[in-house]
Design a protein around this ligand. Structure first.
Ligand SMILES: Nc1nc2c(ncn2[C@@H]2O[C@H](COP(=O)(O)OP(=O)(O)OP(=O)(O)O)[C@@H](O)[C@H]2O)c(=O)[nH]1
Ligand SMILES: [Mg+2]
Length: 278
């Protein structure tokens, strides 16, 4: 992922030709950092002496990461509720199972809710995961109101002293506005009975800059608290993580690195930054 390695090697060499600057720009852009951020880095690099440039770019890039907590919230005296949102196919249902597994392994009682009632297969998919990881799941009829699934789930979670409720949602509806309205209603109904503590937006790393546009829509509509970046195993393009945090100010909490239930790690920002520069 050593995104800045070529740039630093070039800067240290003492003289960079206009052609080389263009090539370096191209390399950075193809890493999904986004043209604006790439230009900021290049400007900084051009305006300084070699040694100063390396240090100041390291500082600049580090400052783009969110300073908000990356830890998953945990309420100790009441139910903690996590809503998983994102466009279709990004990895919401898989991530729901992965987070549940982590929490169960930490000794928590975890309830799942299948609030994607738009597709019958979506409920079945979460049921299959629930069986595999041996945790209960609340489901609804096909095409029933997802907010009512959420309501039933919160009611059960509170009555039976679950520590966590994780609500999986739809990624596709008739149109974007329908999806946002539906998610808004799930949040409102859930909040009436128990606060929604985390809204985690799942972004597929391979969609690049498009992921940032998705983030803005979800942030406006439902108030995202953090990100899960999936499919980082299939993408060498590390720039997208940096771009998302810089553009939104919100933290990446987890990264998905495979299809298995254990393929989820907390986002380690220090290791990430080191990886970019090595
Ligand atoms: N390689 C890889 N594949 C992943 C990862 N996360 C999810 N997937 C795969 O991506 C595909 C879609 O995952 P789902 O969890 O069904 O995605 P979703 O967002 O729930 O999809 P919809 O419900 O259709 O909106 C599946 O084949 C998953 O196995 C990941 O971190 N790495
Ligand atoms: Mg799904």
């Amino acid at each position: 992922m050593s995104l800045f390695k070529r740039l630093f090697t070039a800067i240290r060499s003492g003289s960079v030709s206009p052609d080389e600057w263009e090539q370096l720009r191209g390399t950075l852009i193809s890493s999904d950092l986004g043209a604006n951020l790439v230009d900021e880095v290049i400007e900084q690099a051009k305006s300084m002496k070699a040694d100063d440039a390396v240090l100041s770019i390291t500082k600049l890039v580090s400052s783009w990461l969110s300073d908000k907590s990356r830890a998953l919230k945990k309420e100790h005296d009441r139910l903690t509720t996590i809503l998983i949102v994102g466009v279709n196919g990004t990895g919401k249902t898989t991530s729901t199972a992965k987070i549940a597994t982590k929490l169960i392994n930490d000794g928590n009682k975890v309830l799942l809710a299948a609030a994607d009632t738009f597709r019958a297969a979506a409920t079945e998919q979460l049921q299959t995961w629930a069986e595999r990881i041996k945790t209960p799941v609340v489901t609804g009829e096909a095409n029933s109101d997802p907010a009512s699934v959420a309501f039933n789930a919160v009611t059960k979670a509170k009555a039976e002293d679950f520590q966590y409720l994780i609500i999986d949602t739809a990624g596709r509806l008739h149109n974007k506005q329908d999806l946002m309205d539906e998610l808004g209603k799930v949040v409102r109904v859930t909040n009436k009975h128990s606060q929604v503590d985390e809204v985690l937006l799942v972004i597929d790393a391979t969609t690049g800059q498009n992921g940032i546009n998705q983030a803005k829509v979800f942030i406006d509509a439902v108030g995202v608290t953090g990100f899960i970046i999936t499919k980082l195993d299939g993408s060498a393009k590390g720039g997208v993580a940096l771009a998302i945090e810089k553009q939104t100010g919100l933290p990446i909490k987890f990264v998905g690195t495979g299809e298995g239930v254990l393929d989820l790690s907390p986002f380690d920002s220090t290791a990430y930054i080191q990886g970019l520069f090595n």
